[in-house]
Structures are given as structure tokens and as C-alpha cells.
Ligand binder design. Structure first.
Ligand SMILES: Nc1ncnc2c1ncn2[C@@H]1O[C@H](COP(=O)(O)OP(=O)(O)O)[C@@H](O)[C@H]1O
Ligand SMILES: [Mg+2]
Length: 262
């Protein structure tokens, strides 16, 4: 929709067709638009809540019973098929979680609840959460920073998701049994976090677009929602930070997240 021009003469506004709106009609339109916006907002909340609950419940049933069958069956083929069902259900669950987080980011939860977060402790939490994946891919995590030091930032709980997605990508887009290196550096008034992998890397002409919502490239059949890095960028932006990608000299890529110190 085109915007109305701004010229106002004695309570009269020009519309895009050259006709004129009275002050009253103008307000009526404004009210109508804000009502439509509120409706769209409520619809989004409802969809996210349906996904978050009504879709996750059947998924947890699938996961629960798959695990049970796998445990009780002695048939290797059945176990392999059940493993596939399990991993598909886990992927779907992860996607739903990402969409919920993205909706939360876009809901603008930021001005409120800022607290001091220690990046070092936050990274330990993330690694604990990704433990299963790290093991499954046979990845070694090299923590090249002072693990007994505090790296405080003023942040929101979503900052953890922002960092998590870059580490999650480094793990899943790496070949098995590779090393993923994490760094945390003190650079003036900022902390700079780096995560480097030895995967296929990201070509220069794709370095910007990977941050777009739902932008993903299937690499060796690796699954994902395509919104991980959109979450990273939005959350880091909201913390007055920045994200950039560089090529890893040894192949693969390095994601850098810069955030101001507390
Ligand atoms: N470490 C990485 N190495 C290679 N490609 C990556 C890496 N991280 C992200 N990408 C590319 O960027 C795309 C977007 O990433 P993301 O938003 O996290 O979505 P997803 O991981 O769900 O596909 C991925 O589909 C992948 O093609
Ligand atoms: Mg991802």
C-alpha cells in the first residue's frame, strides 16, 4: 500500500489518488489499520502457541514411543527405521523451537529484563545443551579462551540462542570427527566471540543472504529451519553488537559475534 503524503491543510490530507481525506476519515483509517495490525499480531501469537504446544505434544509422543520400540526390539532393521523416525521428529521439534524463538525476538522483548550475563558461563550452558550433537558428530570442541575468567555483557536471555545457532551450525556443517574452535577476545569496549569450523565454508556471494529468514542451502542432506542465523542477527543487533563471517584459512568458515562489555 502506498503511503499518504504528509501535506496537511486545515485538517485535510491528500490521498494517493489525489482525493482528500477529512481529519475524521484519516483517524478512522488509522484506527482500522492499527486494529488490523493487532489482529495480525494476535494471529501470529496464536499460530506460535499452537505450534509450540499442539504440535510439540504429538512429536513428544512419537519420540517417546520410538525410544521405547528401539529399546525393546532386537531387530536391527526395525531399530534403523525407528532411528530415522526419531531423528525426523527431533528435527521437526527443533524447527518449532526456532520459530518460537524468532517470534519472541520479533515480539521485541528487549528493553525489559536486561541482566548481566557472563559469556563464559553462557558458552558452558550452550555446550552442555549441544552435548548430544557434539558426540553424535564426533566433534572436538577446542575452547581457546580463559575458561576461569568472566566476560560480562548486559543482555537478554535470547543472547544464548544467538550464540547457540553459530555453534550448532559449526557442528552440523563440519565433517565428522573435526575440531570446532571457540575464541573469546577482549577488544577495547567489546568482547569478540569466534567459532571456526572445517566444513565447506560459505562463498562470498552468500555471506549476507545466510542471515535472511528461511534462507538455507541443503548441504549433504543436513536439515534445518533456516532461521537460526536470522535469530542470531536480530538478537545481536538488539544488543548493539554485530555478526560477520570470514573464511577459515584452513577451509570452512569463522563466525564472529561482537558485543559490548557490561
Ligand atoms: N558453519 C557453516 N558452514 C557452512 N554453511 C553454513 C554454516 N552456518 C550456516 N551455513 C549456511 O547458512 C544457512 C543458514 O543457516 P541457519 O540460518 O542456521 O539455518 P539452518 O542451519 O537451519 O539451515 C544454512 O542452511 C547453511 O547453508
Ligand atoms: Mg542453523
Amino acid at each position: 500500500m502506498k503511503r499518504h503524503t504528509d501535506d496537511t491543510e486545515g485538517g485535510i490530507h491528500a490521498s494517493e489518488h489525489g482525493s482528500r481525506l477529512t481529519e475524521r476519515e484519516w483517524h478512522q483509517r488509522e484506527e482500522q489499520l492499527s486494529e488490523e495490525l493487532a489482529k495480525a499480531h494476535r494471529l501470529r501469537e496464536m499460530l506460535v502457541s499452537i505450534m509450540g504446544h499442539d504440535l510439540r505434544t504429538p512429536l513428544s509422543v512419537i519420540l517417546g514411543y520410538s525410544g521405547l520400540i528401539k529399546k525393546q526390539s532386537n531387530d536391527e532393521t526395525v531399530k534403523r527405521f525407528i532411528g530415522k523416525i526419531e531423528s525426523a521428529a527431533m528435527n521437526a521439534d527443533e524447527m518449532i523451537r526456532d520459530i518460537k524463538t524468532y517470534s519472541k525476538v520479533k515480539g521485541g522483548v528487549f528493553e525489559s529484563d536486561l541482566e548481566e550475563i557472563d559469556l563464559n558461563a553462557m558458552l558452558s550452558d550452550i555446550l552442555r545443551a549441544l552435548d548430544g550433537k557434539i558426540e553424535e558428530h564426533g566433534i572436538t570442541i577446542d575452547m581457546m579462551y580463559q575458561t576461569d575468567k568472566r566476560f560480562p555483557v548486559l543482555g537478554n536471555e535470547l543472547l544464548k540462542n544467538a550464540f547457540l545457532h553459530t555453534i550448532d551450525n559449526a557442528i552440523k556443517y563440519s565433517p565428522e570427527h573435526e575440531t570446532v574452535t571457540l575464541t573469546l577476545d577482549d577488544v577495547g569496549s567489546d568482547w569478540v566471540f569466534g567459532v571456526s569450523d572445517h566444513g565447506d565454508g560459505i562463498p562470498d556471494d552468500e555471506k549476507d543472504s545466510v542471515f535472511e529468514r528461511f534462507m538455507r542451502k541443503e548441504k549433504r542432506g543436513i536439515k534445518g529451519s533456516g532461521i537460526g542465523l536470522a535469530i542470531t542477527e536480530s538478537v545481536v543487533d538488539a544488543h548493539n553488537g554485530s555478526v560477520r563471517i570470514e573464511d577459515n584459512p584452513g577451509g570452512g568458515c569463522i563466525f564472529y559475534i561482537t558485543v559490548p562489555k557490561a
